[in-house]
Design a protein around this ligand. Structure first.
Ligand code: AGP
Length: 609
């Protein structure tokens, strides 16, 4: 996903842009650039590769000014190259863009027919031509932008410089995130808060269709129809250092170790264990409506999908609600049989995943009630869903999702318990006992984090293997999927998560001395049967790594490596079991020397279909 930063003020803008883009690196990119407007006009510096290359370019060929825009590009149309890098400049108009212009080929051919020539393969470049054309026709900047965007179909977050207007910065958003930062005599625009947090905490989250004209002291927001909507100013509580690594080698390791705090923050203010009470802002006052729900549909992608698979246990076991879990990208192609009696739960760390947003739209069109479980304040999904439950994990920068996963599980657990309470399906005493145990989880997670050095030693023994198999049953099956995803996405080792009962239906053919088999054998319904799976794998030379509860000696002697985790309620055990799996993937990736926080080909939030 691309990153955008813009500034208008009194300070030298180049350094602000470069530092802002560096804080957006986690979004994934393959080229970068800045444009600065000064007395000699708009000067552009851009190149393929990392921000460090762009910084060297700017140092060699300095550009001065107090108004500018910057961009990190994750290629969607046109290979990573200098000419395809943003900003794109034409006739005194420079543009940076995040999103996809679906009809750019049509618009490009119309512009060519009017004599325009293009220097890139990108969809973005047509925007500078359309805006320039409108300015040459005598329109004012905001009108020129509005008219250009009226022709555009697709998603965009934009920042625009206009040479003939050196005191304004334009911006616009549709389906791609964009925020405004309010300073003293200076204004900012950015894709995400970390880019501007060192300068201001006062932000405005733009809505789809918003057009913005900023000066050093004023902000004007209009819609396509010319209305002037009111957009509240939010105060971002994140400390800028929170979005830094805080002494850890990688954001991912920091975020793995932040999980006890993240779970604690997500619980804070939402439960009273003494009274067995659950407070869910935004949901509590809709109990009657939600009581009419007859089924649950959990929809998400990737790690968030795996959290949904855990959540299904809760809604079926505690609420006796038929529940389905579907990948967002598949959900939309099956014309699902859902309606007002369905609660659709969209799970998304970023709140900007295109597939999940589109699934949300489909659910709303079919009349479903929609609940977003999300980690980013003001993100698209939270603004389109009927209800939102914010996980308070803090910024998750590492591309591999970790603390978001555990806080999503906590969120699903609380919502399911609240539903069970409202349907009188769980006695208060039982709810109380569950909440008491839930409050112990942050402490038990810290015990799991103490396994770090043991996991590091295991990683040293297994980092060279080319394949891994993760097996689990029942509530541990989603954990097997998540453990495998973590390993494959950051270490590039092929890893598969499988329901252990499926081994005999095919995967057992894979087992030999070259196949590590990580088996989740903590207490619960599937534990005894999975012990049989361990014997089947051992008999074929499989290298067993077993994850068991403390005190479980039965399996220890049957595995090459045994990892022991504390025991909690079966339904809460995933919150502990996931930590060794995250640490194993992390340490194997570090040994293999991959880019742990920005693995190849991946972006933190996939805002394109
Ligand atoms: C997980 O480690 C991956 N980064 C990816 O699968 C991610 O979970 C998925 O893209 C969904 O993102 P979201 O939670 O922001 O919607």
């Amino acid at each position: 996903m691309c990153g955008i930063v813009g500034y208008i003020g009194e300070k030298e803008v180049s350094q602000i842009l470069l530092e802002g883009l560096k804080r957006l690196e986690y979004r994934g990119y393959d080229s970068a650039g800045i444009a600065v407007l000064n007395k000699s006009g708009i000067e552009v510096r851009r190149c393929p590769g990392k921000i460090s290359s762009l910084t060297s370019l700017v140092e060699c060929n300095h550009v001065s000014g107090t108004l500018g825009i910057g961009h990190t590009r994750w290629a969607t149309h046109g290979r990573p190259s200098e000419e395809n890098a943003h900003p794109h400049k034409y006739e005194g108009v420079a543009v940076v863009h995040n999103g996809i212009i679906e009809n750019y080929l049509t618009l490009k051919s119309e512009l060519k027919a009017r004599g325009h020539h293009f220097s890139s393969e990108t969809d973005t470049e047509i925007l500078s031509h359309l805006i320039a054309e409108n300015l040459q026709a005598g329109l004012k900047p905001l009108e020129a932008l509005r008219k250009a965007l009226a022709k555009v179909e697709g998603s965009y977050a934009l920042a625009v410089l206009i040479e003939s207007h050196p005191d304004i910065l334009l911006a616009a958003r549709n389906q791609s995130p964009l925020i405004l930062g309010l300073g003293n005599g200076e204004m900012f625009v950015a894709s995400d808060a970390p880019a501007i947090l060192p300068y201001t905490r006062q932000v405005i989250f733009l809505e789809d269709g918003d057009l913005v004209q900023m000066t050093r002291s004023q902000i004007k927001i209009e819609t396509q129809s010319g209305a002037s909507p009111s957009r509240p100013i939010h105060t971002i509580s994140w400390d800028p250092t929170q979005a830094e690594k805080g002494g850890y080698k990688h954001f991912m390791l920091k975020e793995i170790f932040e999980q006890p705090r993240a779970v604690g923050d997500t619980l804070r203010g939402r439960i009273s264990a003494e009274r067995g009470e659950i407070f869910l802002e935004g949901l509590d006052d809709r109990r009657e409506t939600l009581r009419a729900i007859k089924r649950v549909f959990l929809v998400a992608c990737g790690t968030s999908y795996h959290a949904g698979l855990v959540g299904r246990f809760y809604f079926e076991r505690f609420c006796r609600l038929p529940s389905e879990v579907e990948l967002a990208s598949e959900f939309r192609h099956r014309d699902p049989v859902i309606g007002p009696e369905t609660l659709m739960i969209l799970i998304s760390q970023s709140g900007e995943t295109a597939d999940t947003i589109l699934a949300l739209k489909e659910g709303k069109a079919k009349g479903c009630a929609t609940l977003a479980i999300c980690n980013v304040l003001g993100s698209s999904i939270t603004r389109q869903a009927d209800y939102t439950f914010y996980t308070h994990a803090g910024p998750e920068i590492g591309v591999a999702s970790t603390k978001a996963f555990s806080t999503q599980i906590v969120a699903l657990y609380l919502v399911a318990l609240a539903f069970a309470r409202d349907r009188s399906l769980l006695p208060p005493a039982e709810i109380n006992a569950k909440l008491q145990e839930l409050l112990r989880i942050p402490h038990l997670m810290k015990n799991c984090l103490d396994l770090d050095s043991q996991i590091q030693a295991i990683a040293q023994k297994y980092f060279g293997f080319r394949n891994f198999l993760y097996l689990g049953r029942g509530i541990n099956y989603p954990l097997a999927l998540e453990g495998a995803l973590k390993l494959k996405e950051i270490s590039y080792i092929h890893a598969e998560g499988y329901p252990a009962g499926e081994m005999k239906h095919g995967p057992i053919a894979l087992i030999d001395r070259e196949m590590p088999v990580l088996t989740l054998v903590t207490h619960g319904e599937g534990r005894d049967k999975i012990r049989g799976n361990i014997e089947e794998a051992r008999a074929r030379g499989g290298r067993i790594i077993a994850l068991v509860n403390e005190g479980d000696q039965e399996v220890a002697g049957r595995a090459e490596e045994t990892i022991t985790v504390p025991r909690t309620l079966e339904e809460l055990q995933p919150l502990l079991n996931i930590i060794p799996l995250q640490l194993l993937a992390y340490h194997i990736a570090v040994i293999r020397g991959t880019d742990v926080d920005q693995p190849r080909n991946l972006a933190k939030s996939v805002t394109v279909e």
